[in-house]
Design a protein around this ligand. Structure first.
Ligand SMILES: O=C(O)CCC(=O)C1=CC=C[C@@H](O)[C@@H]1C(=O)O
Ligand SMILES: [Mg+2]
Length: 413
């Protein structure tokens, strides 16, 4: 009886504060979280559906570690005891060259370990899953896929958008575009197109031998465009002179120049560079971010939900960086629409300080599997107010691409 009363109070309270927050701004975000925590609604997931989708990028994407055209996606759908559904996306690639995870390892970890852990007990708030999943080491993208689906469902159960559930404040998020390695004339054309489309910042990929000349050529054509470079771990401290030469081009930041575990060398390098270093692959947790801040290994952090194990950890890293005045921004993983929707919601948090790598659906896909597709106007994505992730999953489009499906059911014994 008491539980039903709490649930009712919680549900009404959350919706009321959501409408208040629309009407009066977002000062009530903290209040919303309190009500969510104590409101008494809990979610019992009874079914999880895993889908392996074959997808192809519109054009190949080349970085220092290789070229990708095929981009399979792992979709996670969770269904609770009321039939409410939530969606998450596993963002690892087919091969383990960004982090150690792949689409197959995510599938295995989900099926063998994480889904059974989710079935074990109801969830009062998705923040609890960080602790519950912690008995599984690393495997952050697998955890994030399932946790993200629960966040979506949780927001829907509370009749609020995901960005409100997260405590986000922005009504629109600024976005940039990431352009892969390609012949310089194609790169310049692609950049010009992106700027015409309104993107507010351009990131280009570099590697040893494809760096200073390219940046010089880009700066020659676009002297004032907010520009950054991403090396995806391609350099070592032996390349310090090459990296220092990039200081002449007013780059916003150099993303992940050194190896994934070179957090000490990144500190040595940052001390010798004027340009801020942004860490991507090196930051997989709150603890990693704390160490990087302590060691002064970087001046910016790129937060990707998948890389850090989910939205809860992403929020913790955001808050930590805010306390230390170290700007963050939201990276991308060439996601399908569900992953993209989660990133948009996260980027509404106040300390996301540079445009996200969340370009429009049409930048990647002939047809995305959400409706509406993500669109960018004047370099901004307008945040949707529908409950949960704010976009519908287009089941017909999903089914067309699904090559493997697994339905996992909670045993009620
Ligand atoms: O548009 C996006 O989703 C960002 C693309 C992008 O730059 C990256 C995606 C995935 C791995 C890397 O190649 C790279 C990155 O490191 O940020
Ligand atoms: Mg990167």
């Amino acid at each position: 009886m008491l539980l039903i009363l709490f649930s009712l109070v919680g549900m009404l309270g959350v919706q009321y504060t959501y409408f208040l927050s629309i009407a009066y701004g977002n000062a009530v975000g903290f209040f919303i979280c309190c009500i969510m925590m104590f409101g008494g609604i809990y979610v019992q997931i009874n079914t999880v559906i895993l889908r392996y989708l074959e997808m192809e990028l519109k054009s190949p994407f080349t970085t220092s570690f290789g070229t990708m055209k095929r981009r399979p996606v792992l979709l996670v759908e969770v269904i609770d005891e009321h039939g409410v559904r939530g969606w998450g996306e596993g963002v690892a690639f087919a091969a383990p060259w960004y982090t150690e995870e792949t689409i197959e390892t995510m599938w295995h970890m989900l099926e063998a370990f994480l889904i059974p852990l989710l079935f074990q007990a109801p969830v009062h708030h998705p923040d609890e899953l960080l602790e519950r999943f912690s008995i599984v080491r690393r495997n952050y993208m697998a955890k994030a896929a399932l946790e993200g689906a629960v966040w979506d469902l949780f927001a829907k159960r509370h009749h609020i958008p995901l960005h409100v559930a997260l405590g986000g404040e922005k009504k629109e998020v600024e976005v940039g575009v990431s352009i892969g390695i390609q012949p310089i004339t194609d790169l310049l054309k692609r950049m010009e197109q992106a700027l015409i489309e309104g993107y507010r910042r351009v990131k280009i990929k570099i590697k040893p031998g494809w760096d200073i000349d390219v940046v010089r050529a880009v700066r020659h054509h676009f002297p004032h465009v907010p520009l950054m470079v991403d090396a995806n771990c391609a350099y070592s401290l032996r390349d310090i002179a090459r990296l220092q030469a990039l200081d002449d081009y007013e780059l916003l930041m150099i993303e992940q120049p050194l190896a994934v575990d070179d957090i000490v060398d990144h500190a040595k390098l940052q001390a010798k560079l004027k340009t801020p270093i942004c860490l991507d692959e090196s930051i997989c947790s709150y603890e990693d971010a704390k160490r990087a801040i302590e060691l002064k290994s970087c001046r910016v952090i790129n937060i990707k939900i998948g890389r850090v194990g989910g939205l809860t950890e992403a929020k913790r890293i955001h808050d930590l960086c805010q306390q230390h005045h170290l700007p963050v921004w939201c990276g991308g993983m060439l996601e399908g629409g569900v992953g993209r929707a989660h990133s948009i919601a996260l980027a509404t948090l106040p300390y996301f300080s540079f445009p996200s790598d969340t370009a429009a659906s049409a930048n990647y896909w002939e047809r995305d599997f959400i409706t509406p597709e993500v669109t960018v106007r004047d370099g901004r994505i307008f945040v949707r107010h529908e409950f949960g992730i704010g976009y519908e999953v287009d089941v017909t489009e999903v089914e067309k691409r699904t090559v493997r499906l697994k339905i996992c059911k909670r045993s009620r014994g």
